[in-house]
Design a protein around this ligand. Structure first.
Ligand code: IMP
Ligand code: MG
Length: 167
């Protein structure tokens, strides 16, 4: 039987998001900020984070499709107009860094004023690209995790906590 083991509780997630939101708002003072949510995984994180950043904060969405072999990613959809804007890309998890690198390169083509990234989770053990999110919620060990937006073939996204999936 497959098993889920709680890794980060709902309370811990919400407390950390409050801290992240405050830290981001402090860094941008009262500037307007455009957050770019990577669908689908960052959906819940983005919703909670935006409310904690507060002030003049806007939201856009980006969808990426990734083919594994050969590894290749393509942006399928981007809702935004970000030229001259302060932007923060919102990701669920950064593992190898491939996705983050592709997204940052793509968004930079639109000449944002600044572009930073925030990831709820960082799994640095498998990093093979020289990228790191500017803000990180939690650093986790090399386990496959689900919940709070993260899925396994579409399942488990709606859990309010993050769990390690034990096959
Ligand atoms: P990267 O391109 O290797 O950094 O991987 C990032 C993408 O892989 C994330 O956006 C997720 O979609 C997926 N991913 C990586 N690790 C996990 C995990 O533990 N659970 C669910 N999805 C994951
Ligand atoms: Mg993802």
């Amino acid at each position: 039987m497959n098993e889920l083991r709680t890794l980060i509780s709902e309370t811990a997630i919400q407390a950390r998001i409050k801290e992240l939101g405050q830290a981001i708002r402090l860094d941008y003072q009262d500037s307007s900020l455009t957050c770019i949510c990577v669908l689908r995984g960052a959906l819940f994180f983005a919703a909670d984070l935006l409310r904690n950043i507060g002030g003049d904060v806007r939201i856009e969405f980006i969808i990426l499709s990734t083919h594994q072999e050969p590894l290749c990613s393509e942006v399928l959809y981007f809702s935004g107009q970000i030229e001259g804007e302060h932007c923060v890309l919102i990701e669920d998890i950064v593992e190898t860094g491939h996705t983050l690198e592709v997204l940052v390169d793509y968004l930079n083509q639109f000449s944002p004023k600044t572009l930073r990234s925030v990831s709820l989770l960082d799994k640095p053990s498998n990093r093979d690209h020289r990228v790191r999110p500017d803000y990180i919620g939690f650093s986790i060990p090399n386990e496959f995790v689900v919940g709070y937006g993260l899925d396994l073939q579409g399942k488990y996204r709606a859990l309010s906590h993050i769990a390690a999936y034990i096959p």
